[in-house]
Design a protein. Structure first.
Ligand code: HEM
Ligand code: FES
Lengths: 167, 518
């Protein structure tokens, strides 16, 4: 930024003063820098304002009922929670029904899950076998509440194959 | 009766009677419009009219030069604005009420359905005409000779028009709105695919931030609708109006529209080009300086600049009025017969199948069905940047104001049209029949799909083709024509495929009749 915008009257004979920044340049640059920095700070503050501090949304964690309600062989879709609950000999497990592509709700088929929106296909484990989905359907954490109800936490992903054995 | 012995009441009555004559004079700042000078003055002295010159070049008035498409876009915006203000009287942006208030407008309010249709079709019409207008500006090389920046302003306007339409159809809180919010938010969030691969999502989750700012949470809900509403009715229109102001101001400062260097008036133009009749003053008040002191160029334009130009009042005014009336008639009749859709109430449990956006986004939806990040963010951004940079990459000076520049331009445009259509249809036929990488090797890393998918291949092809044309012809203008034609080809073909040939599960169907029933 060494142009002459702020020093039109600079005297070319005064060599000594040419080096470094003159007082006039300095004040000009400092003024501009202050304006830029403070505007940026204001914009950042406004962006932060726009980002909600509290989300008034349903909890990720919810009870799905007593273990007896899920005998071996169960395949159940909890529509409003957007999860599938399965039970086999090794235990209970939950797979998200939210397509990892752009968030539509998948439906079960003979071979796994199909997304209606852009054609993503998953096998029974939630692994992508076609379409644009970037990631497998997440397996969700299943646990037991002290009152004897099974809890699913849709906010917590677990490793594929993790099943919850009811003691 | 002399002035002095006229009584006060008489004067008052006289003024009262004369209001009907005097008021228009004060508005137009002129008594009679009977000479060239007074006709020029009317243009110069009126706030709205002075956006246009006192004289207009004949070429500008030729319907087949502009087809009036910029003007049509402007008038459609005006109609959308007015109808939108009326919709606001009933609409309520809360998830409890939004759907019901829209239903109320559609089924109960007097004229509500028509006003809603006008709003919808004027808005969508802007998409169509803004793109046609851009094509006209492009093919007549009107982005040159000082108009480079106005082309960028135009691109900004086009983006604003798209976002305005998008935010608009989120408002009714029906199935379309809800799932468009879900999909839109996740597209906004899709940079997470990249930050995930780089392993920096923990520190800087740009996608997540965008999604959150859009939704006001993690899912569409009561925090979302008010902010979308604010954007649609306040923020975006205000920004659009500001940019429209800049757009028009620049057209004026650039000396009106482009025109060919060699222009021959037709015999039928003669009667408009009559020699000036000088009578009356140009300015009603005394001015201390003349406009020539501000004029650009070496000498003030004395007699040469206004060659082949006719008085704007009334010639341009008649032309604009005609476009206005045609636009209004077309939009109004269309709105009387064709209803804007309203789907069922938003149902977060199940999306429609297929869940289709309105037509102008179905090309993007097709791209998104290859890769969310590429199709939804990277490629559209790339296309917009490429379009915006056209005036900066092609600075050849000739042929401004001439459709397709010259014979070579027509040949290149035609060739690019054929090659582009064939190549793109080829790509589509391939994926419809054989699927894509994930179908063959499910374990391939996501990065490969992001990088190599039908969308990126196609864009790579367009870039290569345009560079090849530049190389072969030695002309950047020819390269620009090649690219622009292919851009139009992709928009049209992808939109057609998304609209007509995609059915449930985004599978391919030749016709809606073949869709499975369920
Ligand atoms: C809301 C959107 C827009 C409106 C209302 C609008 C309106 C107009 C109008 C009324 C004109 C006068 C000439 C004509 O009617 O063709 C014009 C000229 C122009 N527009 Fe637009 N426009 C819009 C978007 C665009 C876009 C998307 C571009 C290009 C990317 C663009 C670039 C230009 C340029 C460069 C001119 C000057 C043309 C010349 O000198 O011949 N505008 N615009
Ligand atoms: S949202 Fe499932 S494929 Fe796009």
């Amino acid at each position: 930024m060494s142009n002459n915008m702020y020093c039109a009257h600079r005297d070319p004979d005064k060599k000594g003063k040419e080096e470094g920044v003159s007082r006039r340049d300095f004040l000009g640059l400092a003024g501009i820098a202050t304006a830029v920095v403070s505007s940026l700070a204001a914009v950042l503050g406004l962006v932060r304002f726009t980002k909600a501090t509290v989300h008034y949304e349903e909890s990720h964690k919810f009870k799905i009922g007593k273990p007896e309600e899920f005998p071996v062989g169960t395949i159940k879709k909890l529509d409003d929670k957007k999860v599938f609950i399965f039970a086999d000999n090794e235990g209970l497990f939950a797979i998200s029904a939210i397509c990892t592509h752009l968030g539509c709700i998948v439906y079960p088929t003979e071979w796994g899950f199909q997304c209606p929106c852009h054609g993503s296909k998953y096998n029974e484990d939630g692994k992508v076998i076609g379409g644009p989905a970037p990631r497998p359907l997440p397996w969700l954490e299943v646990s037991m509440h002290e009152d004897g109800n099974v809890i699913v936490d849709a906010g917590k992903e677990v490793k594929k194959g993790t099943k919850f054995k009811v003691a | 009766m002399s002035e002095s012995n006229k009584n006060g009441i008489g004067k008052f009555i006289g003024n009262l009677k004369d209001i009907i004559n005097f008021l228009p004079n004060t508005v137009l700042r002129s008594k009679t419009l009977d000479s060239d000078k007074t006709k020029a003055a009317v243009m110069v002295n009126n706030f709205f009219l002075h956006l246009q010159g006192a004289k207009t070049h004949i070429n500008t008035l030729r319907p087949a030069y502009t087809f009036g498409m910029g003007l049509i876009s402007l008038f459609l915006f005006f109609f959308a604005f007015v109808s939108g203000v009326f919709l606001m009287i009933y609409y309520n942006p809360s998830i409890e009420n939004a759907f019901n208030t829209v239903k109320d407008i559609k089924y109960v309010v007097f004229g509500g359905n028509t006003i809603r249709n006008i709003h919808k079709w004027a808005g969508e019409g802007m998409i169509l005409f803004v793109m046609l207008h851009m094509a006209r500006v492009f093919f007549t090389s009107s982005y040159k000779k000082g108009r480079e920046f106005n082309w960028i302003v135009g691109i900004i306007l086009m983006v604003l028009v798209f976002i305005l339409n998008f935010s608009g159809y989120l408002l009714p809180w029906d199935q379309l709105a809800y799932w468009a919010m879900v999909i839109g938010a996740n597209i906004a969030g899709s940079p997470v695919e990249i930050t995930d691969i780089l392993g920096v999502t923990k520190y800087f989750d740009f996608g997540g931030l965008q999604k959150e700012l859009f939704l006001g949470g993690t899912v569409p809900g009561k925090a979302t609708l008010p902010r979308v509403h604010f954007f649609h009715v306040m923020f975006l229109p205000v920004i659009l109006i500001i940019f429209l102001g800049i757009h028009f101001w620049r057209i004026r400062k650039d000396g009106g529209l482009t025109r060919p260097e060699e222009f021959e008036p037709r015999p039928s133009d003669e009667k408009f080009l009559a020699p000036p009749q000088k009578k009356g003053g140009l300015f009603p008040t005394n001015k201390t300086y003349g406009l020539m002191e501000l004029a650009k160029g070496r000498t003030p334009a004395v007699n040469n600049d206004i060659e082949n130009a006719v008085l704007s009042w009334p010639n341009l005014m008649w032309a604009e009025l005609a476009v206005f009336m045609l636009t209004f008639a077309g939009m109004f009749v269309y709105s009387l017969y064709i209803d804007a859709p309203l789907r069922e109430l938003a149902n977060p449990i199940i999306p429609e199948n297929p869940a289709k956006a309105p037509w102008y986004f179905l090309g993007l939806q097709e791209l998104v069905s290859y890769s969310a990040f590429m199709g939804g963010i990277a490629l559209p951004t790339l296309a917009l940047v490429a379009l915006a940079l056209i005036p900066y990459l092609d600075r050849e000076e000739g042929y401004v104001g001439v459709w397709f520049s010259n014979t070579q331009g027509k040949v290149i445009a035609f060739l690019s049209f054929i090659v582009g259509t064939a190549a793109l249809i080829g790509v589509l036929v391939f994926i419809v029949n054989f699927g894509w990488i994930r179908t063959w090797w499910p374990d391939v890393p996501q990065l490969v799909i992001i990088a190599i998918n039908p969308g990126t291949l196609w864009v790579g092809f367009v870039a290569a083709w345009s560079l090849m044309i530049i190389n072969k012809t030695g002309s950047t203008r020819m390269g620009a024509i090649a690219m622009f034609v292919m851009f139009l080809v992709s928009f049209v073909i992808l939109t057609y495929v998304g609209t007509e040939l995609r059915g449930p599960n985004w599978d391919f169907y030749w016709s809606k009749k073949d869709w499975p029933v369920h």
